[in-house]
Design a protein around this ligand. Structure first.
Ligand code: HEM
Length: 269
């Protein structure tokens, strides 16, 4: 199918971000999460998973408990796919993530088209995405599998400045910052400045609350405070928003490129 104009798609994505009835008034956060979960299944050893293929279209991956709630994101983007049928889902989902980050005040993340939608046989096994109940060892195992360094891992978790946890999706509740539809370094600021204490939810899950019980952290977020190597970088980003923006743009740009194979295309030229 001939390629159309990606700038028009960017504008169409921007035009649907504001949704007054939804969460904090924007679908930007859940679109960022879609781009991340579509990409975060990558395994550098087997070269499987990742955003190339958009395999979350298939029930097995869509129903991975880690992806609960992402049907909202995929459904919001469907009219844009219908309007521009030439764009692959993999390109649309990743582009929606970078357009959202920028529109919410974040850095410009480098993005290139060229993902091709794959058959169901390309669906990676469930369970490759991080578990919010676990700590630093688990986080390193998951992100090293994708090929990230400790500094890149800390940069990526800064996206928790955005959005919120939903009881009917992950089981956790609440937002990490007071500005959940602005992209900034507030995740690190809140993590280091607030006094966090354990809070047991009715469903048995444990999360962390600040003194006023307005904000939240996941057990996995707290690992970034407790692990000395992670904490060192957290402190840099809490003080220096520009360094965070630069590092985040590079790390998110790398995330959405994992496993993207343009060779076939290039060899035809
Ligand atoms: C240790 C790694 C991570 C864990 C355990 C984790 C876990 C979670 C959980 C449990 C939620 C709540 C989902 C819901 O109830 O709707 C969430 C939301 C979110 N996560 Fe993460 N996450 C991780 C890393 C990341 C990364 C690397 C990014 C992006 C770069 C990201 C972006 C987001 C965003 C934007 C939301 C808000 C979604 C919304 O408002 O609907 N997360 N995450």
């Amino acid at each position: 199918m001939t390629t159309g104009n990606y700038d028009v798609v960017r504008d169409d994505i921007k035009s649907i971000l504001s949704q007054p009835g939804y969460d904090d008034g924007s679908i930007g956060p859940v679109l960022v999460r879609l781009a991340w979960h579509a990409s975060g299944t990558y395994d550098k050893v087997t070269k499987t998973g990742g955003s190339d293929g958009a395999t979350m279209r298939y029930a097995i991956e869509a129903n991975d408990p880690a992806n609960a709630g992402l049907a909202y994101a995929r459904d919001f983007l469907e009219p844009i796919k219908e309007k521009h049928p030439w764009i692959s889902y993999g390109d649309l989902w990743t582009l929606a993530g970078v357009v959202s980050i920028e529109a919410m005040g974040g850095p410009i993340v480098p993005w290139k088209p060229g993902r091709k939608d794959k058959l169901e046989s390309a669906v990676p096994p469930n369970g490759r995405l991080p578990d919010a109940e676990k700590g630093a060892d688990h986080i390193r195992e998951v992100f090293y599998r994708m090929g990230f360094t400790d500094r890149e891992i800390v940069a990526l978790i800064g996206a928790h400045c955005l959005g919120r946890c939903h009881g009917d999706r992950s089981g956790y509740e609440g937002a990490w910052t007071y500005t959940p539809i602005r992209f900034n370094n507030q995740f690190y600021v809140m993590l280091t400045k607030q006094n966090w204490h354990e809070k047991k939810l009715d469903n048995g899950l444990i999360q962390y609350a600040d003194d006023k019980d307005k904000l939240m952290m996941l057990p996995a977020d707290m690992a970034f405070l407790h692990d000395p190597q992670f904490k060192e970088v957290v402190q840099i980003y809490a003080k220096d928003k520009q360094t965070f923006f630069n590092d985040f743009a590079a790390a998110f740009g790398k995330l959405i490129e994992l496993g993207v194979n343009r060779e076939e295309e290039e060899s035809k030229l």
